[in-house]
Design a protein around this ligand. Sequence first.
Ligand code: SF4
Length: 371
Amino acid sequence: MKTVYDGKEHCCGCTACENSCPTGAISMSPDWEGFLYPVIDPFRCIDCGVCRNVCPFEHADRVKYGPFQKSFLAQHREENVLMQSTSGGAFTALSDCILTQGGVIYGADFDGEWHVVHRRAQTDAQRDRMRISKYAQSDLRGVFQQVEQDLSVGRMVLFTGTPCQCAGLRSFMEGKDTSRLYLCDIICYGIPSPMIWQSFCRMIEQERGGQVSQVQFRSKAYDWSRENSNKVFLMATTEDPVLRLDDRYYQLFFKVRSVIRPSCGSCPFTDRSRPGDLTIADYWGVEKYLPQYNDPRGMSLILVNSSKGEQLLEWAQDAMFYLLRPASECMAEQARLREPVQLPANRREFWEYFDAHGLAAALEKFAGHQA
Ligand code: SF4
């Protein structure tokens, strides 16, 4: 059977191949872990090689800038923006610059059934839904061609996503006019399976009744610190509408780690050379380097990787306070600027157990949670 990739550890599911195939021979299809992979229709494939050539995972150096040029500690000036953002509100400040110039924003949102999908925003309200980090791989199907369409009619575009998603878009756009395209990647710690996220929602619904009605990953009502903020996942259902803390999804992501996509273990975008014009993340370690700025409302790290990124940051300077910092701080604190996440040796055992017994039982066996 023809494939675009040699082994799942070589495919990040970015959709660059699907969008580039001249005969439409490629469709993205979920595997037994719920991750999307390209599948080739052999009757439509003409063996042109475009799909393999456009793959950003195999040609990572072609879709990265050199090592980042500057790193900043940053924070949005408005309290309400800070409290509704995962870090220091950098995404809101940067996206405001594009929206006020008539541009569009692409980022991760939830659909009506809590699937994580990439969406297009033209208003503040649509953009605000993209603010909070989403801990499952987003569905990008159809998005790159929408971005191309926006650029072709002269719109400015800010695309935010994981480094592999930004790299995929860069690769898809190679040779086309990207002067109005701004890419902002995040420092990504590995991307969990959409199937596990959906199974988690069904488990919560079974336990609490009704349908999931609210999700807050990393709520600042409780904490913003590396030690605790990732544990602060809250959910509510229609039968039990109180947002309740639940650290089991955190356990799956940060401790069990088998739920992370295989390619994350060999990700070529885990160094200081970035695919985005800017990179954003939490400013971990602020309490060590600048204790006077250790604000529980959150602080952002912004890496400037290109002249376009520098320009975007300049536009945002009225909305944000920022401070130039030595690269050594983020290099010491952000492991994903140094190396890929390590996937557990018993990853397959987890999936076989989950497949046979369901998520509650897998949580009990692999994370020590009583079902
Ligand atoms: Fe499409 Fe060409 Fe890849 Fe075949 S080789 S799937 S025609 S891009």
